[in-house]
Each structure stands twice: as C-alpha cells, then as structure tokens.
Ligand binder design. Structure first.
Ligand code: ADP
Ligand code: MG
Length: 197
C-alpha cells in the first residue's frame, strides 16, 4: 500500500483538486481510495455531484473503506502548523505540498521546508498562469535555490478545473478537447510520483 498525503499551510491552492486528480491517475494502476480528511468535505462533495473512478471515504470511515486499497490519497485541510505537517509526513510515503506561484507564498514555503527537514515531501506548483507569464518557472527556481524539493511538473491554471469540480468528474472526463493538456499535467505528475514510490 502506498499513501500520498496532499497538504499545506494554506487554503485555495489546489489541494483537493490535486488529490482528486492523483486518485484518478492511480485508479488506472490499482485500487485507489481517496480519504477526505478536510471537515469541509470538498472531495466528498465532488464525488456526490457526479462520478469519480475511485472510492472517496470520509476520514471517520477510512479504516473500513480502505480495505485492500493499493493507493491511498489523503486530502487534508490547510495546516498552518509545521508540527502537524511533520506528523503527517510520518504517516505517508510522500507529502505533497501544492502552492500557487505568488511571492507571498515563497517565504512560508521556505520556512515549511526548513521545518520539515529530511521528511519525504515535494512542493507542487499549481494554478500556474499561462505563457507569456513566467511566474511558475520563477517560483520553481526560487524554491530550488532555497533548497526545497519541487516536482518538475507544474499544473496549469485553467477554468476546466472548477468546471470539472462542478460536474463532479475529473478534468479527464470533461468533454472538451481543449482540456486534454490540463489532464496531461496530472498524468506527468503521477508519472513523477510513480518513479519515487
Ligand atoms: N489548476 C487550476 N486552475 C484553475 N483553478 C484551479 C486549479 N486548481 C484548483 N483550482 C480552483 O481553485 C479553487 C481552490 O482549489 P482547491 O483544490 O479546492 O484548493 P484547496 O483544497 O487547497 O483549498 C477551486 O475553485 C478550484 O476549482
Ligand atoms: Mg481542499
């Protein structure tokens, strides 16, 4: 069993969107369960609006629902305290920290990284504005220079993600060929993670 936990100190940075799309990716590889650990129940609501290719379990029922799951993706609320992040890291194979590319997020992320020390984690740039903006690339570079391990893959900003959330499906299953590339971002991320597990 492999456990991936999606977390971070801030809300609205694409944690739930990342959890849903990684669970979609892993559901093609083996039995996957997404555990919704956020009291807002964003992931459960997503599942209830439509149709997802994996089970979404309330954290309070997770023990029973996980069963023989091969891949477990845990969605969490924002965790402002690094002590919480450290404890979360001990309970999974990889901690994934989504962050949007804005200057205000840089310093807190560097601080988080310092506190996490040698825990197994990676930062993920999400909601990255399209070219000609270079915000994503620049933030990635700043994080690397600050010693933060960062995924090579960045997740682009597109209205397709809120659309998919509204329809209760992964972006892969939204019938709009223009959204193919956005799904490929999560495929590339999944591939990167597979190599690490
Ligand atoms: N790559 C993206 N492009 C555009 N909007 C996004 C993207 N990722 C997430 N969003 C939107 O941003 C908002 C917050 O995302 P969410 O995944 O719920 O964040 P969190 O779980 O960190 O609070 C939602 O409205 C979501 O649809
Ligand atoms: Mg969330």
């Amino acid at each position: 069993m492999k456990i991936l936990t999606v977390t971070g100190y801030k809300g609205g940075v694409g944690k739930s969107t990342t959890a849903i799309h990684l669970a979609t990716y892993f559901s093609d590889k083996g039995k996957t369960v997404l555990v919704d650990g956020d009291p807002n129940r964003t992931s459960i609501a997503w599942a209830e609006r439509g149709n997802l290719p994996f089970t979404v379990a309330d954290e309070r029922q997770a023990m029973k629902m996980i069963g023989d799951g091969e891949y477990i993706v845990i969605d969490t609320p924002a965790r402002p305290h690094t002590d919480d992040l450290k404890e979360l890291a001990k309970g999974c194979d990889l901690l994934i920290l989504p962050t949007a590319p804005d200057v205000l997020s840089l310093e807190p992320m560097l601080e988080t990284a310092r506190d996490l020390g040698d825990a197994k984690y990676r930062a993920l740039l999400t909601i990255v504005p399209p070219m000609p903006s270079r915000e994503g690339e620049l933030m990635q570079k700043d994080l690397i220079e600050g010693g933060v391990p960062v995924f090579k893959t960045m997740i682009r900003r597109t209205v397709g993600f809120p659309k998919a959330a509204l329809a209760g499906v992964p972006i892969r299953d939204v019938t709009d060929h223009r959204l193919k590339d956005a799904w490929q971002d999560y495929v590339a991320l999944g591939n990167e993670i597979m190599e690490m597990l």
